[in-house]
Structure formats: C-alpha cells, structure tokens
Design a protein around this ligand. Structure first.
Ligand SMILES: *[C@@H]1O[C@H](CO)[C@@H](O)[C@H](O)[C@H]1NC(C)=O
Ligand SMILES: *[C@@H]1O[C@H](CO)[C@@H](O)[C@H](O)[C@H]1NC(C)=O
Ligand SMILES: *[C@@H]1O[C@H](CO)[C@@H](O)[C@H](O)[C@H]1NC(C)=O
Ligand SMILES: [Ca+2]
Ligand SMILES: [Zn+2]
Length: 556
C-alpha cells in the first residue's frame, strides 16, 4: 500500500469528525488518529496507508518445520495450509486461531504460502506473513504480525455500522463510485499500534482513471486508509516526438516503460518513490535543487513560459521536469534496443541483471558553467554520467536548451555511444574521427526520435534555441542534395568533430529514409523493437553496431 495525500478529503473528514457516530461507538479506540489529522487543518490532509514493520529471515538450505497439529506422519505430506499455520505458530508463538491461511502454491521443488493474522475470526489487512519451502524445508519467512493480548488496543470484531451506511462518505471523499466488488471486514493496524475494524471496498472513477480501496472504520465511519491501485505519474513536457518548444507542451500520464524501468522512474528499490525528479535512471536538478511533484502523487505539471526568462522559478521546474522526462525516455527506448544493464547503461539499481549500478545520469539543468551549449561526460560503467545543459542567449527572453528535445537527446546519446563502444570504459570515442562519429550519432538519434510518420522531413538541430532556420549545424539533414550537399568526401581534411558529425549524420539520415521507404514506419517503435519497419530496423542497426565496432572506430 502506498502513502497517499488528499486535499479534498479534508472537508470530508472535518464533517465526519462532528457528525460521525464516533461518540456512540463502543470501541472508538483509534480516536487518537483523528487528533493527529485535525492538526493538518489548512494544509494538505494526509491519509497514510500504514504497514507494520516486517521481519524477514532466510535459512540457508532450509530448516525442518514442526509437524502440523494432528498430523500423524501417516500416508501423505501435510497440506500446505496446515504446514504454513504450524510454522508461523512455531516462529511467532501465536495460537492457531491467530493465523489464517490466505493462498499458496507449489512451483517445482518450491512451495509458497501467504497468511494473515486473525483476531476473533477477522483477518488483518496489513499484518501478514509469507513462508517459502524448498525440497520440503523452510528457506524463507517474512512477517508483519503484531503482538495482540488482553491489553491491546483492538476494536471489537462486531461492526457498529454496516457497510452500506459508510459507502457514500467514502465515495464522496474519493470522487468515485463503489464498484460492486464484494466488501470485506478486516482489521487494520494503525501507526500508533491500535487496531481498527474496517469495511474494505473499492471505489472507482472511470472518467478520472482512479481506482482506490477504501478502509473505513466500522465503528466510526471514518476513512482510515486507502490503497491506490493506480500508480499514475504525469508530466507536463515537450513529448519526445516534438523537437522544439513551439510544437507545444502536453501533459503525459505514465510515460514510463516498465520493461525498461521496472520500478518506474521514481524508485530505486521498488518500495519508496521519490516525490522529485530523482530516480533510478536520472537525477535532474537546477543548481542542487531537484524539482518536486506539484500535487498529491507523482504529478510534475509546471508549464514552461517562453515569454519569461528561463531563470524564473516555474521555468526552472518545467525545464527540470522536461529533462527528467527526456533522459528517462531515452533510457527506456534504448533499453528496448539493447542498451541494458549488461551493456553498461546508466542506472542506480540494476535488478541483478549484470553491469555496474550506481551510475544514473546526473542532469544539471541551466548549469551555471556555460551558455549556448550543452555537454555530456561519460566515465566508465559504475560512475554516473554527467550532463550539463545551458541557457541560450540568442533571444530575449533567453531560452532553455532543455526545451528543445533535440539538445538533451543529442547529449544523452553521447552517453549511449560512449558506453556501448568498447565495453563501458568511456575511452573508446576519443580520436578525432571517432568523436566526429559520436557527434553524428547524437544528431541522428535526435533526428530518429523526432520522426512521426513514413514521410521523412528535413531535420534541423537547434532551430528554436538559436532562433534561426539552420539551427546549430551548417545544413539541415536531408535526402535532397540541394538542401544538404555534404558527402563522404566532404569529411576529407576536416578536423572539427561536429563538422565530421554533420557528414555522418546526413549519411545516417539518408540510410534512415531509404529503410523507411522500403519497409514502412512503425508508430510503436519506442516500445516495440520486435517489428520489421524501417525505423525499427534502423535503430537496431544503430545500437548493435556500437557493440561490434572497435575501440575508437574510424569512418573508413
Ligand atoms: C487445509 O485444507 C484442507 C483442504 O485442502 C482442509 O481440509 C483443512 O481443514 C485446511 N486446514 C485449515 C487449518 O484450514
Ligand atoms: C501485551 O503486548 C504488549 C506489546 O504489544 C506488551 O508490551 C505487554 O507486555 C503485553 N501484555 C501482556 C499481559 O502480555
Ligand atoms: C469522476 O471524476 C470526474 C472528474 O474527472 C468527476 O467530474 C465526476 O463527478 C466523478 N464521478 C463520481 C461518481 O464521483
Ligand atoms: Ca551502469
Ligand atoms: Zn555533441
């Protein structure tokens, strides 16, 4: 269950405090909680879904478990449910009436069981245990059971209020309707150790896309806790296919790809979620300041206002959010095409999938060390890549390079190519020609993500931030030799790496266009690398080649 904040709950709870039958309930034992909440008047109300502290033990090759009560070593092995209950009893010293088997299964030589604590025949929602066996011996045991005895602060197991009478207030508070899933009656351990009796039911709102499980006190009618089944995150950003700011910001919901980022973009352990632009793949910040969510839940919805200077507070937040979004998106789609933990990508936590962790990208937005540029430093696998994004002063007001996606995509691609070439050392795109290729790949990647259909328009990098049609390069990348006359021969004698890159990126643009002309265009290329359209094939060739090529490759 997740922590959860509600603004709108405040009015509901204040009303509930004065009108609920709390004063007539026989066991208003969790009343202390309401005091705690009243202190939040005038601020956002917090409904905390509390889970008691868990213990977890492993037992090496396994330990024998006690025989279940009444089991006679006769014919067959004891049933999983009986074994689970007997083991929990032996570990925690509770009696059988305090352990309720919920579910379990056998998988190969393993067995797994999940139980709830019980009191008066009522299961606890948040006091649970799980047991794992291998080859008949217990190998792991986790538990959040709480001690209950005659002095415990636990509510009576017979509800004062029936479930129908408490539905409407929870529906109002959660802005949805009870969805008909059979309600249950469950104990809920509060943070202060008291135990409430709750009606548990689901409240859904299709229009708003919300789906909650409400825990309402069966004695007072108050909403005590909420499970949010929907893990939403939203970002007001320049979507990755849009190259420049004037194409328009949008609010995207859940843009993360959980194949590439299994814990989402805000968690490094799968349990706690950051409320800021700090996550497993990137930490984005201005100065040392990460941008924080704008409301309850993961909402990063600040609009960039181009009529104001980048340095105004809201523009700092909007730019940081866009940087976070772009770097995560590049992490996610390049992951699909082979830039993974094993191939030296940038992540704090690697999910046990190889490579070195502890190296998410550090993204310094509006970095104070420069103007009119950006850069990306790629140390070896296991050390964070560091990207510095600068403000551009070609215009008044000035413009933030992060709000032109081709700039952060170009920079992040330096990280991709430097890590995938030569085995993650960061040493293998160092010679002039190899650096030139690197510049070319970075422009080619920005070109690739900006494509929206089988029509391949000319691509100009940096047109908005510089406010000039040709942007930061000599020519647009184009299939038309009159628009871009660069040929392989143009690289002869050139020593400036971006100029070499322009030749290479224009070649790649033409290869891309030929592949799309021959094989078509996939609109799902970012998340589905398993089709055969030209844009998908192009990105496979792009990333696969990085792994194959020698350290410091040449154009020959
Ligand atoms: C365990 O399950 C069996 C049926 O599979 C049932 O007969 C038995 O009563 C259960 N034991 C407990 C403690 O619920
Ligand atoms: C009851 O449990 C509490 C812990 O919750 C413990 O502090 C107390 O000593 C126990 N009382 C008895 C009578 O066992
Ligand atoms: C569902 O949410 C929408 C807002 O998205 C709101 O207008 C509507 O009243 C809600 N429905 C219920 C039943 O609360
Ligand atoms: Ca790594
Ligand atoms: Zn570059």
């Amino acid at each position: 269950m997740a922590s959860f904040n509600f603004n709108k709950l405040l009015s509901f709870l204040l009303i509930a405090l004065y009108t609920s039958p709390a004063h007539t309930a026989p066991w208003p034992l969790h009343e202390r909680h309401s005091t705690y909440r009243v202190r939040h008047v005038g601020r956002r109300l917090e409904v905390k879904a509390f889970h008691p502290r868990s213990t977890f033990q492993t037992f090496g090759k396994g330990i024998d478990q006690p025989s279940p009560k009444g089991f006679t070593h006769s014919s067959s092995a004891p049933a999983l449910n009986d074994s689970a209950i007997a083991f929990v009893q032996s570990q925690i010293g509770v009696d059988a009436a305090q352990v309720g088997y919920r579910t379990g299964f056998t998988e190969g030589s393993g067995m797994f069981a999940y139980v709830n604590q019980l009191h008066g025949g009522v299961a606890f929602a948040n006091a649970v245990a799980n047991i794992a066996w291998k080859d008949g011996k217990v190998v792991a045991f986790g538990s959040s059971f709480v001690p209950i005895n005659s002095t415990s602060n636990i509510a009576n197991s017979k509800p004062t209020l029936d479930v129908n009478s408490v539905l409407p207030t929870a529906e109002a508070a959660l802005d949805g309707k009870f969805n008909g899933q059979p309600p249950t009656l469950e104990y809920l351990v509060n943070e202060d150790g008291s135990v409430a009796l709750t009606h548990v039911f689901q409240v859904e709102n299709e229009t708003a896309g919300t789906w909650f499980e409400a825990f309402v006190c069966a004695h007072t009618g108050r909403l005590l806790s909420v499970t949010d089944f929907v893990a939403h995150a939203s970002y007001t950003v320049l979507p990755i296919h849009k190259e420049t700011f004037p194409e328009g910001q949008e609010t995207l919901t859940d843009p993360q790809d959980t194949v590439a980022s299994p814990f989402g973009w805000h968690s490094t352990d799968g349990k706690t979620k950051s409320t800021s632009t700090s996550g497993n793949n990137v930490q984005a910040f201005v100065g040392k300041q990460v941008s924080t969510q704008t409301s309850a839940g993961q909402n990063f919805n600040v609009r960039y206002d181009a009529t104001k200077d980048p340095s105004v507070t809201s523009n700092k937040a909007a730019a940081t959010n866009n940087a976070f979004y772009v770097i995560n998106t590049v992490h996610d789609f390049t992951y699909r095409y082979g830039f993974t933990e094993k191939t030296f990508n940038f992540q704090d936590y690697n999910f046990g999938k190889g490579g070195k962790g502890g190296d998410r990208v550090l993204m310094s937005v509006q970095d104070s060390s420069g103007l009119d540029n950006a850069n990306f430093a790629t140390p070896p696998d296991g050390q964070s890549g560091k990207c510095r994004m600068y403000i551009w002063d070609f215009t008044n007001p000035r413009r933030d390079g992060v709000l032109e996606n081709d700039i952060p995509v170009h920079e992040m691609t330096h990280g991709v190519t430097n890590r995938m070439t030569g085995g993650g050392t960061g040493r293998c795109l160092q010679t002039t020609e190899a650096r030139g290729l690197g510049e070319g790949w970075s422009d080619a990647m920005a070109d690739w993500v900006s494509q929206k259909s089988a029509t391949v328009p000319d691509f100009v990098a940096g047109s908005w931030i510089t406010n000039r049609p040709r942007g930061i390069r000599t020519y647009p990348y184009s299939t038309d030799p009159n628009v871009n006359p660069l040929r392989y021969s143009s690289a002869a004698g050139v020593t400036e790496v971006h100029k070499i890159g322009e030749v290479w990126a224009n070649m790649l643009h033409n290869v891309y266009a030929a592949l799309v002309a021959a094989r078509g265009f996939s609109t799902t290329a970012l998340t589905n690398p398993d089709t055969a359209e030209g844009n998908v094939v192009f990105l496979h060739l792009f990333l696969d080649a990085l792994l194959l090529q020698p350290c410091n490759p040449t154009c020959e």
